[in-house]
Design a protein around this ligand. Structure first.
Ligand code: OMP
Length: 225
């Protein structure tokens, strides 16, 4: 079975990112590059990381009017990432435009409710009903717009899987027992998240901030095998 872990290389420096990614590569299934790396290194940096040969998840969480999101995806097309992210809250037209603009081989997934938010945070931005209800609502919207899947926390993964069996469910908020939760609010262990139905586990600091990142990645891979 393929390793479901995409390690989040949240670093601004290309040399450091390459060194870390190359070291943990034997123990992960892919690399995730997000805003910290992209804002510092841009598409050229992404291409340099792609040269390491692992599947690449480009997490830019695009959220704008449909024309702009489509344009951003056209601009990224040469990178041909395995997965890209947009925000589900951008609405049906934006989601459909994103899918249409991305290369066919790129999976487009939409972030539902960030794993750093809880029910109180949602209420503070005017969303009533809690995280589970909001994730279910947005996952249905994402599916109707023709996307490949969603980003959701481990807490909502089983419900999304039950409602949408073929979805690519990308799951951050993953914490091996004993690792610091940090700014994440809806978390589970790697095994629990996979058992709930996750397709991809996004894991950053429990690997990258560990005293021994290679040992941390290897331990997670062993635990999942
Ligand atoms: O889209 C994401 O990858 C994402 C969505 C979400 O709701 N929560 C979330 O943490 N992420 C990303 O997943 C990674 C989690 O990193 P750690 O908290 O260090 O494991 C970060 O790169 C976040 O940008």
């Amino acid at each position: 079975m393929t390793n479901p872990v995409f390690v989040a290389i949240d670093l601004p420096d290309l040399a450091a990112a390459r060194t870390l990614a190359a070291a943990v590569a034997p123990h992960v299934g892919g690399l995730k590059l997000g805003l910290e790396f992209f804002c510092a290194q841009g598409p050229a940096g992404v291409a340099a990381m792609a040269a390491l040969g692992l599947p690449l998840f480009l997490d830019l969480k695009l959220h704008d009017i449909p024309n702009t999101v489509a344009g951003a995806l056209h601009s990224l097309a040469g990178l041909a990432p395995a997965i890209v992210t947009v925000h589900a809250a951008g609405g049906h037209a934006m989601l459909a435009a994103a899918r249409a603009a991305a290369p066919a081989a790129t999976k487009v997934v939409a972030v539902t409710v960030l794993t750093s938010l809880d029910d109180g945070d949602l209420s503070a931005i005017g969303v009533a009903g809690g995280t589970a209800t909001q994730v279910a609502r947005l996952a249905a919207l994402v599916r109707a717009a023709g996307l490949d899947g969603v980003v959701a926390s481990p807490h909502e993964t089983a419900a999304v899987r039950a409602a949408w069996s073929e979805a690519l469910i990308v799951v951050p908020g993953v914490r091996p027992a004993g690792s610091a939760v940090g700014d994440q609010k809806r978390v589970m262990t790697p095994r629990e998240a996979r058992a709930a139905g996750a397709s991809v586990l996004v894991i950053g600091r429990p690997i990258t901030a560990a005293a021994d990142p290679v040992a941390a990645a290897a331990a997670i891979a062993r635990d999942l095998s």
